[in-house]
Design a protein around this ligand. Sequence first.
Ligand SMILES: NC(=O)c1ccc[n+]([C@@H]2O[C@H](COP(=O)([O-])OP(=O)(O)OC[C@H]3O[C@@H](n4cnc5c(N)ncnc54)[C@H](OP(=O)(O)O)[C@@H]3O)[C@@H](O)[C@H]2O)c1
Length: 233
Amino acid sequence: MPSENAVLITGASRGIGKETALALLKQNVKVVALARSGDKLQELQSQYPDQVFTLAVDLSIDESYTSVIKLLNDNNLQLEAVIHNAGALLNKPFLETTTEDWDFLLKANLMSSVNLIKTCHPFMVKGSHIVQIGSMGGFQGSSKFPGLSAYSVTKGSLSILTESLAVEFFKDDIRVNCLCLGAVQTEMLEAAFPGLQAPVQPNEMGAYIAEFAMHAQKYFNGKVLPVSLADPS
Ligand SMILES: NC(=O)c1ccc[n+]([C@@H]2O[C@H](COP(=O)([O-])OP(=O)(O)OC[C@H]3O[C@@H](n4cnc5c(N)ncnc54)[C@H](OP(=O)(O)O)[C@@H]3O)[C@@H](O)[C@H]2O)c1
């Protein structure tokens, strides 16, 4: 069986990740969709049965990556893009944060990226693209907000990882960029800033990320890009 190209996206069960997956699927791209909520991934599977490969995994657990490798091998898939969109939020004053809180966010926001990229690298084709979904909260020099220190620090770490891997993977012809998003109307935004009306809807941002993942590696490498009309929103 000849191998097929696909785009892998994490956090595809809702919000921006789901809309990014849908934007890619509408363009006939094959999609590997990961998240913990298997029932929500099943909705994508029912809509695009021949085009989507879903896997319910918790990316903060090391063992999950064995099943990602199995899925890619079993379906003979190569990756033309990896979009690491899954992320977790904690809204809690810094002095109340516990070691467990920091450990949780480091695993969910940073180590998930480290483990995902190590897992996917052998499957990535020449000219492929790794897109990290960062946050304006983790963009150096942006406005910061009380309660979001652990979230902002762990999202910010993706910027340096992006710059480092862009250099390391240059010889493999794999480009790495980070999009630092401003406010998008999702469940996470509501948890971070209750009542805030965002200027961008998830389907709009999903369409932009899909386009960026498929084409921007021709123009950008190692870039940490703010995707925001204003700072902060
Ligand atoms: N919305 C905004 O305004 C905004 C602004 C800046 C940056 N961002 C970033 O954009 C990304 C998407 O945000 P969103 O607003 O769409 O968030 P969301 O609605 O909370 O969705 C988060 C997604 O990540 C998945 N996820 C979380 N933890 C996971 C884990 N341990 N393993 C696997 N999947 C996990 C969730 O699926 P399950 O629960 O099913 O696992 C869900 O699909 C995040 O990285 C966020 O930091 C968002």
